[in-house]
Design a protein around this ligand. Structure first.
Ligand SMILES: [Zn+2]
Ligand SMILES: [Zn+2]
Length: 350
């Protein structure tokens, strides 16, 4: 009686909004990050090394070719841009949490679900940092579950084949609503200068994405209610720039150009919009899909080299080396990411 009374006075939208985006079918989101392939070895030359994604999966979803990491083109920063919607400089060895809360935390806070409802499953052990934040209001709260590297932080990179096995095991066992998977082999072998294995890594990642989509499409819990987003954290240098395909990290076209392939019950099929989007647009899009809103105010760490004042009686003509210090400051900013509207079927978004 009381419940019926309350329901009658609640705005209709709040009922659906609490479970997923208003009027949307998506209940689960799986993000796959293929770490650091260069566009010219993937979507720039199809079917080539990615026959599954380019011929089987692409017609089932939306492909964005005009998709960039226009922030910091290295692993932890690219991944943090995906999970927090903010481009920030960050330690790349797994020693620093992102400055802002993640989509995992927003989702767990909003739903009150246990940590097993959101997962990080990453070949690179250093990506455990994506689970937490330095934001004092969110630090150590609403943390997702982590399955990273060989056996957690500091244990080394894990083979992608094993990461796929772990991802499917966790999906079966815990039925999470949100998962980010990192496949590291293209990047790892490129840094090692092993071109054959770099290429093999891309080829295998393509196969793993297909395998995962087949799994999600057959699974009773995930079929027809799951969005799959396949992207990259960064590309690699164009030929002739600083080591070419072996390295990355600057703002050359090769490092910035990545891609997004999106499949799901609320997305268009066979669309290839040319609207430009960037990595920070993924987080608010996941928010739209799962029905949570991110704070519009964010912080961005800024690193400055500051010369410390030299004592008045100093006879040094130039400051001594140790008088140069890196000062870290937090700058307030606004969330720049926006929902990738081009993914959604006509009329799905207001
Ligand atoms: Zn990377
Ligand atoms: Zn570059």
């Amino acid at each position: 009686m009381l419940a019926a009374f309350l329901l009658g006075f609640l705005p209709a939208c709040s009922l659906t909004a609490s479970k997923s985006g208003k009027g949307l079918k998506t209940q689960n989101v799986v993000i796959v990050v293929i770490d650091g392939p260069r566009y010219s070895e993937t979507w720039g030359n199809t079917p080539g090394l990615i026959p599954n994604m380019s011929t089987v999966l692409k017609p089932k979803g939306v492909f964005l070719s005009n998709f960039l990491n226009d922030g910091f083109t290295y692993t932890n920063s690219g991944h943090a841009a995906i999970t927090t919607g903010v481009n920030q400089p960050i330690d790349n060895y797994g020693e620093e949490f992102p400055a802002n809360p993640s989509i995992f935390q927003y989702w767990l806070k909003q739903t009150g679900k246990p940590a097993t409802a959101a997962w990080l499953v990453t070949s690179k052990d250093k990506l455990h940092i994506l689970a937490n934040t330095t934001d004092s209001l969110w630090h150590d709260q609403f943390l997702p579950s982590v399955n990273s590297g060989v056996n957690g932080p500091g244990t080394g990179y894990r083979a992608d084949s094993l990461t796929l096995v772990e991802a499917k095991r966790i999906l079966t066992e815990h039925k999470p609503n949100l998962m980010l998977i990192n496949f590291m082999e293209p990047d790892g072998f490129a840094h090692a200068g092993n071109q054959a294995y770099y290429i093999r890594g891309i080829y295998r990642s393509d196969r793993y994405v297909q395998d995962l989509w087949d799994f999600l499409s057959k699974d009773e819990h995930y079929r027809k209610s799951t969005a799959l987003l396949v992207t990259n954290d960064h590309g690699r240098h164009l030929d002739g720039i600083d080591g070419g395909w072996q390295e990355h990290g600057d703002n050359c076209k090769g490092c910035q150009q990545i891609s997004l392939l999106a499949l799901g019950p609320d997305f268009k099929k066979g669309a290839e919009p040319e609207t430009p989007y960037t990595l920070v647009d993924i987080a608010p899009t996941v928010g739209k899909l799962l029905g949570f809103k991110m704070d519009s105010t964010v912080v961005v760490p800024r690193l400055d080299t500051t010369v410390v004042a030299v004592a008045a009686d100093s006879t040094l003509a130039v400051p001594a080396k140790d008088s140069l210090v890196v000062v870290r400051s937090m700058e307030k900013s606004v969330l720049k990411g926006r929902v990738i509207r081009d993914l959604f079927k006509e009329g799905m978004l207001p």
